[in-house]
Design a binder for this molecule. Structure first.
Ligand SMILES: [Zn+2]
Length: 411
């Protein structure tokens, strides 16, 4: 049993590393060619910068994935989980208490192991390529705040879920689903007021001559956007981006101040039009409903499989506590679901294409969005040459060159 599980786990690790390696080799071979569509934006010097940055990030990503996979594999299959489980169970006899301790210990260990990788990523790679703008002090204060926050929230959620498991042994999957869904929904509404202000300063976007354009466009689209905000991302990094969040009355579009300084008003409106498309085409709602369906299915599956003796045997154990069984189940699920990654990515890319088409109709000029994307891609030194298979597997957006090509054909 354990050998089969180890083989499947290893196969998925090899497949993931193989895809990353393929992507890196593609970059090495094709990285010197300027895509015809980007001749105006990318010169030899820019291309050299892009190749160096994407290459470095890809090599670092490969090492990071390898180390994470080996550490997780050793912990699971090498006896670490069994020893850790026995140690935690020896600390207290309370079902909820030992479960919360179990989860907290893993979270802390994971957060500590990630520190060197995050530091190297931000203060070596990002620094070397001119993106990093944060001091060590800010980095550590962010780390402390986000780690403390995740420990507190996860403990509360785990305690609530475990109390439900104990109180309703025959139907807990239903109650735990309701708890997780309820908390997620609550966080959607609370996070802009409670969590985001801990890290960022958000303020209403007020650029002379732009606010009227934004109001006119949201009205034309018939989308009630609560707020269009500017975030002070430039305190940390010169990377630029825009995103949308929320439901109902708390719908928000957030633009990085770095993006605002790079783009013309027409281009900013085009980017906003794309984000509006995600609501207008119900991408947000459909995504949440699918997540809910997956949550219900996952909770029911966990409920049915957790008592099985085969679960601990998967990692060579004869016994395991409830939280240890959940951990085994989570790793098994993420391993077995890996082949479905391209389906989710394809779904996301379809939504992105639809939002692009919507943006062109609403904004009226395909050219502005194409130029905005070209600027976003080149300023952020995005990979212009992803391997097609890698892009099919992982890309949530169509590759930059393909996306710009579609838009320029429309223009
Ligand atoms: Zn989008």
């Amino acid at each position: 049993m354990r050998d089969v599980a180890l083989l499947v786990y290893g196969a998925v690790v090899v497949a993931r590393l193989g895809l990353s390696w393929l992507n890196l080799r593609h970059l090495t071979r094709r990285g010197h060619e300027v895509p015809a569509l980007l001749r105006a934006e990318v010169d030899a010097e820019k291309l050299e910068k892009i190749s160096r940055y994407t290459g470095e990030r890809a090599r670092f990503g490969l090492v990071h994935s390898l180390v994470s996979a080996v550490v997780t594999g050793l912990f699971l299959f090498g006896g670490g989980l069994g020893a850790y489980d026995a140690w935690v169970q020896g600390l207290t006899h309370s079902f909820v208490g030992s479960g919360v301790l179990f989860v907290l210990g893993l979270l802390v260990a994971g957060a500590l192991l990630e520190i060197p990788f995050q530091l190297y990523g931000d203060f070596r790679i990002e620094q070397r390529h001119g993106f990093n703008r944060q001091s060590f002090g800010l980095w550590w204060s962010d780390w402390l705040k986000s780690t403390a926050l995740s420990l507190v929230l996860t403990s509360l959620l785990a305690a609530g879920a475990l109390a439900l498991v104990q109180a309703a042994p025959g139907t807990w999957w239903l109650w735990v689903t309701a708890l997780v869904a309820g908390v997620s929904l609550l966080m959607t509404f609370l996070s802009p007021y409670v969590i985001e202000p801990l890290f960022h300063k958000m303020e209403p976007l007020e650029v002379a001559g732009l606010s009227d354009g934004i109001r006119a466009m949201t009205e034309k689209a018939g989308v009630h956007v609560g707020r269009v905000l500017k975030v002070d991302a430039s305190r940390r990094s010169s990377h630029s981006n825009a995103y949308f969040t929320g439901l109902g009355r708390v719908k928000r579009v957030v633009l990085f101040d770095t993006l605002l300084s790079q783009m013309s008003h027409a281009q900013i409106l085009a980017v906003l039009a794309h984000e509006l498309g995600h609501w207008k085409k119900h991408h947000v709602l459909v995504r949440m409903l699918v997540m809910l369906a997956l949550l219900v299915a996952g909770a029911y599956l966990a409920f049915s499989l957790v008592p099985s003796a085969a679960l601990p045997e998967l990692v060579g154990l004869s016994a395991a506590s409830f939280p240890a069984r959940i951990v085994i189940l989570l790793v098994a699920a993420s391993t077995l679901l890996f082949p479905l990654t391209p389906l989710f990515s394809a779904w996301s890319r379809r939504d992105e294409r639809e939002a692009d088409r919507f943006a062109v109709e609403l904004h009226g000029h395909a050219r502005d969005l194409a130029d905005a994307l070209a600027k976003l891609g080149t300023e952020n030194l995005s990979n212009l040459h992803p391997h097609p298979l890698y892009a099919k597997f992982y890309y949530s957006h169509p590759p930059l060159v393909e996306r710009i090509g579609t838009l320029r054909a429309l223009a």
